[in-house]
Design a protein around this ligand. Structure first.
Ligand SMILES: C[S@@+](CC[C@H](N)C(=O)[O-])C[C@H]1O[C@@H](n2cnc3c(N)ncnc32)[C@H](O)[C@@H]1O
Length: 189
């Protein structure tokens, strides 16, 4: 059973000073291979926490797609100062994105997989990825419950690695980032 979807009214929680300290967006993206010149998509972009730094790293001439199922949250991003390569994409059902197949070099899925049917979501993510593209999944650890969704809604890193393999994505890295989140990196062969 997928977990419940995040409500836009809580968007400020995504921008807390503590989160910025334990999960600094720019250095996290660079550390996991996001580079200048890449087309990037942030699935479940929320407040733009990763999307806006990702768009800056990717730079001019690229597309930085901010995909979200919530119209309300996309309006919040749109009101922020953001680079001109940001393209906001509303996905009503959350499982189909208006992005051409095989065009994205780097996909971010942070704190979103557990809110969905993960295999359905990865199928659509894989569709938009180029061959050799990278997928960075960040999600809530199951072994530390001080904040975030209830344990039964979370996916462990082990479960996510299995779902990636089932979705024909090759896992290249998996590690705990901090007391709250882990990262799993996968590649489309
Ligand atoms: C917990 S927030 C995380 C936001 C951001 N990724 C971050 O880490 O700061 C989850 C966001 O994903 C969106 N979302 C959940 N499932 C989605 C889906 N299948 N497709 C697009 N957006 C989705 C929600 O509307 C919400 O804005």
């Amino acid at each position: 059973m997928p977990g419940h979807r995040f409500e836009a009214k809580h968007h400020k929680r995504l921008e807390s000073a503590y989160r910025r300290r334990i999960l600094p967006p720019t250095s996290t993206l660079k550390r996991f291979g996001l580079k200048k010149g890449m087309n990037v998509a942030d699935i479940g972009a929320g407040s733009g926490y990763f999307l806006i730094p990702a768009a800056r790293i990717a730079g001019p001439g690229t597309s930085a797609f901010g995909v979200d199922a919530s119209d309300e949250i996309l309006r919040i991003i749109d009101k922020k100062r953001h680079p001109s390569n940001v393209k906001l994409v509303h996905s009503r059902d959350g499982y189909s994105f208006k992005i051409e197949s095989g065009t994205v070099d780097y996909v971010i899925a942070s704190a979103v997989l557990h809110e969905n049917h993960p295999v359905r979501l990865l199928r659509e993510i894989r569709r938009i990825m180029k061959r050799g593209a990278t997928l960075l999944i960040i999600d809530w650890r199951k072994d530390s419950l001080r904040a975030g969704p209830p344990a039964e809604e979370r996916l462990s890193a082990d479960e996510v690695r299995g779902i990636c393999r089932q979705s024909k994505l090759k896992v290249t890295k998996s590690e705990n980032l901090n007391p709250r989140y882990y990262a799993v990196v996968a590649r489309k062969a």
